[in-house]
Ligand binder design. Sequence first.
Ligand code: UT7
Length: 309
Amino acid sequence: MIYSRIIGTGSYLPARVLTNYDLEKMVDTSHDWIFTRSGIVERHFAADGELTSDLALHASRKAIEAAGIQADEIDMIIVATTSPEMEFPSTACILQDKLGIKNGGPAFDMQAVCGGFVYALNTADLYIRGGQAKTVLVVGAEVLSRLLDWNDRTTCVLFGDGAGAVVLRASGEPGIVAAKLHADGQHRDLLKADPKIAMDGKAVFKFAVNVLSSVVDELLEDQKMSGSDIDWMVPHQANIRIIEATTKKLGLDMANVVVTVANHGNTSAASIPLALDTAVRDGRIKAGQNIVMEAIGGGFTWGAVLIKW
Ligand code: UT7
């Protein structure tokens, strides 16, 4: 039986930090409103000329180094992004070139907005299980600051830029144990960018808490596991209140949840690999533990992945 294991993680945040107090000078808002509604304190914004593929490159190099492999061993690249630097070519192809990979392995982007990383991880896992790839670089990279509508204070205070990456490799041991993905396009107008981000925050909030807890339940039931078997939950970091409400619904303890939203804001497809890398590097996530990732994004798309670390 072939499984895929994460053998290295990496992440990157642009140097420029904007606190809620900085935003107070730009829009009619307050630190207190942003913090109590979302848990966000600060976010990173890419510098002028810093592109989605640049963020992806920094995060990927760290993941490749942590994996202890040569870049050319990567035979597939998937970049989850909703803020690519151009219509085409894909950020994945640009990243492949910037990494100096010349082995001709496939590279493509995945667009499932904030659900993008779990979609990409599941896709990479299926390629590895199917024997079509051995070493896959999966990246979540976003420059959402370029999609913000600065005339809409309900959204422009919530998002940030960043990138996270993992290297997945074929293995005889799990690995990625299971994944569940869903979408429901009927709700596509509740959260969209055309071209700037617009959102019905309350409606997204309600939908998110319901489907995130049910998709994790679905995943655990399939594996005959319960919440107490989860060592770490690594949720999409959109809003601390969504994370807390989902955690409560699942009967989990916040002490087992990796939370980075205060310092990253909502970085869409990058938020899970950013949080994952944080918890791997600070030693919270350890070999043998059960990790669950869950996310929801525009579409709506949502899903969850269970990993034996
Ligand atoms: O990746 C998934 C993507 N999105 C999400 O997860 C977001 C989900 N939704 C949310 O996180 C929340 O709904 C928000 C953080 C967006 C909003 O929180 P809320 O508790 O739903 O806000 P609210 O509707 O209760 O508050 C709205 C009030 C309005 O004032 P009035 O009409 O009550 O007087 C707004 O004008 O807050 C006002 N408001 C602001 N005030 C200061 C809206 N934005 C701001 C702001 N600063 N930035």
